[in-house]
Write a protein that binds this ligand. Structure first.
Ligand code: ZN
Length: 310
């Protein structure tokens, strides 16, 4: 089964490995595992945890482009037309956290847009000049500057990602965004009470505006009990959301961290790397029809992105 992954910190992994002197990182590290796992579309995030400057943001985004341009088997998605169904690997560029943006908001969002960023969140878990992540002040949401970012993103039809937003930021975004909103990598809070997961009201609000939620394969967001951090319990989140908001709003945003030191241990006990991702499909066969599996595996994400971009 083809797979569409709405979230991977590929930009971060590329920068880290470049600093260790490695080259051809996408070709040698990413591509073989993604191919083995059946991935055809991967949203590759440049990820910023709260301390990075604007120049450092630009550096990572440019480095990721360079690595992908060097790899002939990866197609960079620059326009809607580039998002195809052929048997190739498509890289969609995203940003996770914009802590480097503190002024000149319009010009900086324009720069991201010109560098093919299609989806972006305003803050990672931190609190920055624009918005507040899940570890920030619970009373604080979007700032005035953050509202300007949302508005400029809307003009470019860039999708706003709410996955790391605290509740106040989430609801502020729902109020002021004119364009598409999604959660690239979050699970159901009703099944695993972690601040990175979405409660029922948040899931329903996303579905109501035709958004999608990428289900995340990080163990801590699947179950509080480390022994239940496996594919079987991951599927429980899908079933729960199917019944709550409908199959058409569910996708995959797996967040593999296999390129980090020790990153595999963050993932599910029986799915450590992208090469093992078909284990999800095997388990889904016990609970979902063929059409439902296809919808979650790639069709929903594909349709949503095609519709959202102009
Ligand atoms: Zn994340």
């Amino acid at each position: 089964m083809k797979l569409f992954d709405l979230h991977a910190d590929t930009g971060y992994a590329v920068m880290k490995q470049r600093r260790e002197g490695k080259v051809n990182i996408i070709t040698q590290n990413q591509l073989p595992k993604r191919k083995e796992g059946g991935f055809q579309w991967v949203c590759m995030a440049s990820y910023f945890e709260g301390t990075e400057s604007w120049e450092e943001m630009q550096e990572m985004i440019l480095a990721l482009h360079e690595e992908n341009d060097r790899c002939l088997q990866v197609h960079s998605v620059k326009t809607k037309k580039d998002l195809q169904q052929e048997d190739e690997l498509y890289a969609i560029y995203t940003v996770e956290g914009m802590c480097g943006i503190c002024d000149d908001v319009e010009a900086k969002i324009d720069w991201l847009y010109e560098h093919d960023i299609k989806i972006a969140s305003l803050a990672w878990n931190d609190e920055n000049a624009l918005a507040t992540g899940v570890r920030g002040n619970p009373m604080r949401g979007l700032s005035d500057l953050g509202r300007k970012v949302i508005s400029r993103m809307g003009e470019h039809h860039m999708i706003v990602d709410v996955s790391h937003a605290n509740k106040q930021t989430f609801w502020d975004i729902m109020d002021c965004a004119t364009g598409a909103v999604m959660a690239t990598h979050s699970n159901a809070r009703a099944l695993c009470d972690h601040p990175r997961n979405l409660d029922d009201e948040q899931c329903k609000a996303l579905a109501k505006r035709d958004g999608i939620i990428g289900m995340v394969g990080c163990g801590a967001f699947v179950d509080q009990d480390p022994n239940k951090r496996d594919v079987k319990h991951f599927i429980h989140h899908m079933k729960y959301l199917r019944d709550l908001i409908g199959i058409e709003h569910i996708a995959l945003g797996l967040d593999f961290m296999d390129d980090y030191d020790d990153g595999e241990s963050f993932m599910l006990n029986d799915m450590r790397t992208p090469a093992q991702a078909q284990r999800i499909i095997e388990e889904m066969k016990h609970h979902f029809s063929e059409a439902e599996i296809k919808a979650i595996a790639y069709e929903n994400a594909y349709r949503f992105l095609k519709q959202s971009w102009r």
